[in-house]
Design a protein around this ligand. Structure first.
Ligand SMILES: [Zn+2]
Length: 111
């Protein structure tokens, strides 16, 4: 991997983290506890609970991805970043641009 490629990846990781954090903040507004007074009638309360579980699930996904990205942020400067941790082939830059957190090449991932 060239220095320029590494620099680009660092930028991608940072902007991705910012985007996800903004998304998580928005979702947190929706995932507070539902009080019975919030909803009028049983149906809308059930709606609120359904929506809440959808929001909770996407918030969990975002938080998992944020964890992965902040780990990658620590290791992106290492010499062995971008190299498959199983077969030690380099992972194509185009793939890393899409998913900077991947540690396996396409072949090993399929196995
Ligand atoms: Zn591999």
């Amino acid at each position: 991997m060239t220095n320029e490629e590494r620099r680009q990846l660092v930028e991608i990781i940072h902007s991705e983290i910012e985007k996800l954090q903004a998304k998580a903040d928005t979702l947190k507004d929706f995932t507070g506890p539902i009080s019975p007074d919030d909803a009028i009638g049983r149906i809308s309360r059930m709606d609120a609970i359904n929506n809440k579980s959808v929001f909770d699930a996407s918030l969990r996904n975002i938080e998992t991805r944020l964890d992965q990205l902040s780990q990658i942020k620590q290791i992106v400067q290492n010499q062995d970043y971008g190299i498959c941790i199983q077969c030690h082939q380099s992972i194509p830059f185009e793939r890393l641009k899409l998913r900077p957190e991947i540690r396996l090449c396409a072949n090993c991932l399929r196995r």
